[in-house]
Design a protein around this ligand. Structure first.
Ligand SMILES: [Zn+2]
Length: 486
């Protein structure tokens, strides 16, 4: 007499630890304990004990993670146990199977219990924060930013918090971007600590924005403070844009998403400005349509792409105002193509914007005929990660993995491709930046592989499609076996 149901599934998950619940009767079934144990970042184990006047015959665990989704996603698991009046059940959520969640994500769970007498019981929903407990996290809150750090002392944390809130203020004033709720920024002491907290990420990852979770994680050593501050602002922009534009319909062109992030950073540095000026002089500016998808994997060209993206985005904002920018973002969110949205709001399409922008900065007219992009491809914008690998020369393309296995990113699909994993410079390269020679930007301006972007992009698209496909059913439950003996 046993009911064996083997769970499976999950699209998203996080775990949290809970405490024993007060016993609660419902149809005679009581919960005697209900807790979760985190083995960050690998797994979360849920354990509960139930008691009833009749044999408990079925126990199911529902769990998930708080985040923006295209539909309700609830995973359901069926722990094995032998029917009895008093049962203890355990089930482990393996992140290696489901994909890792961002540190700081909120996991929730509840149990559904049925006994032989037909009584049913649903335990109170509980939550826990998915976070490593090996660090003594400190938090500074205010200005819609919760900044978490564990090294460097309060002055270090305070400086990063101040930089984040200043960026938030700038984004609100210049772009009209305001947070729906406070953004959590987790500052790891270095890249190694950051990598230890997430599964599956490329070895060069240095920071990531998780718009659907309202979370940013960055590895910032005390010697990389300036890099850290600009990266904070950059990632913060991606989170706010992601919040504003979240939907399962829209697509934000890369030039706009990255251009806004550059606005968030505060504009171009002298190196980027120099690249832009040179491209204008040489008539080598990339077309706007070319900047709709991924950027070049070659460092200098990628840096120019960021600079051009900033320039055109800044042109839209300074010429037409932040209100129209907001309308543009919401229009894209609601499914309009870039051509449709621009035409309706500004009176020109992508090519028209390209022409107007070039004229505004004294660049030569666009060459060639317009070739409207039929279907924009969602792009993942590479972000930056302070990275301590082999020393690199200032402008050398950053070594990138030939392939990226990012199950974790599929667990948190980002319809807008705002999930970022970026390569950055080494400390040596950063030090080199102190030389008089124009240096490459510290963040996302280093090598970005279009191959990598495509892979991540593909994974994100697949994830979105998968979620959309199951949005109706809501529950993804695979019951592999259901045997009953009496
Ligand atoms: Zn970016």
């Amino acid at each position: 007499m046993k009911k064996i149901r083997i769970p499976i599934l999950l699209l998203l998950a996080l775990f949290l630890g809970g405490q024993a619940l007060p016993a609660r009767a419902q149809g005679g079934i009581r919960v005697l304990s209900d807790k979760v144990t985190l083995q960050f970042p690998n797994s979360a184990t849920f354990t509960a004990e139930f008691s009833s006047g009749a044999n408990i015959t079925e126990v199911a665990l529902e769990y998930g993670v708080d985040q923006l989704t295209c539909g309700t996603v609830v995973a359901k698991a069926f722990p094995e146990f032998t029917p009895a009046a008093d049962v203890t059940v355990t089930w482990t959520w393996e992140m290696l199977q489901s994909g890792s969640l961002p540190p700081g994500a909120t996991l929730w769970w509840q149990w559904q219990v049925t006994d032989a007498g037909g009584a049913q019981f649903t335990s109170p929903k509980k939550t826990v924060t998915w976070l490593d407990d090996i660090h003594a996290w400190q938090t500074i809150s205010g200005g819609n930013i919760n900044l978490h750090y564990y090294e460097g002392g309060e002055s270090f944390g305070r400086e990063l918090h101040d930089a984040a809130t200043a960026a938030m203020t700038r984004l609100s004033r210049e772009v009209g971007l305001r947070p729906a709720k406070p953004v959590d920024i987790y500052i790891y002491a270095n890249t190694d600590d950051l990598k230890a907290a997430i599964l599956y990420e490329p070895s060069w990852v240095g920071g990531q924005a998780y718009p659907a979770h309202n979370i940013i994680i960055i590895g910032i050593s005390q010697s990389n403070l300036e890099w850290g501050k600009s990266t904070e602002a950059h990632e913060l922009t991606h989170v706010l844009v992601g919040q504003l534009t979240f939907s399962c319909l829209g697509f934000i062109p890369t030039w706009l998403n990255e251009g806004l992030a550059m606005v968030g950073e505060g504009g171009l540095d002298s190196y980027q400005q120099g690249l832009l000026d040179q491209a204008i002089a040489d008539n080598t500016l990339p077309s706007l349509r070319a900047l709709t998808g991924g950027f070049s994997e070659e460092a200098t060209r990628a840096s120019l792409s960021y600079a051009a993206s900033y320039s055109v985005t800044n042109y839209l904002i300074t010429t037409y105002g932040q209100a129209k920018m907001n309308t543009l973002l919401t229009s894209l969110r609601d499914g309009s193509t870039a051509d449709e949205a621009l035409l309706a709001i500004y009176g020109f399409n992508v090519d028209g914007l390209d022409d107007a922008w070039r004229a505004s900065i004294g660049a030569a007219a666009r060459s060639g005929t317009s070739n409207p992009t039929p279907v924009p491809t969602p792009t993942v914008v590479p972000t930056i990660a302070p990275y301590s690998g082999a020393p690199v020369t200032p402008y050398a393309p950053t070594p990138l993995p030939t392939k990226t296995t990012t199950p974790g990113t599929t667990a948190t699909p980002d319809p807008f491709g705002t999930l970022r994993a970026y390569a950055t410079q080494t400390a040596a390269a950063l030090a080199a930046n102190a030389t008089p020679t124009p240096q490459p930007p510290l963040t996302e301006r280093l090598g970005i592989s279009s191959e990598v972007l495509l892979v991540i992009e593909f994974a994100v698209v697949c994830g979105v499609i998968a979620i959309a496909a199951v949005a109706g059913p809501i529950l993804l439950t695979v019951r592999r076996k259901h045997r009953r003996k009496s």
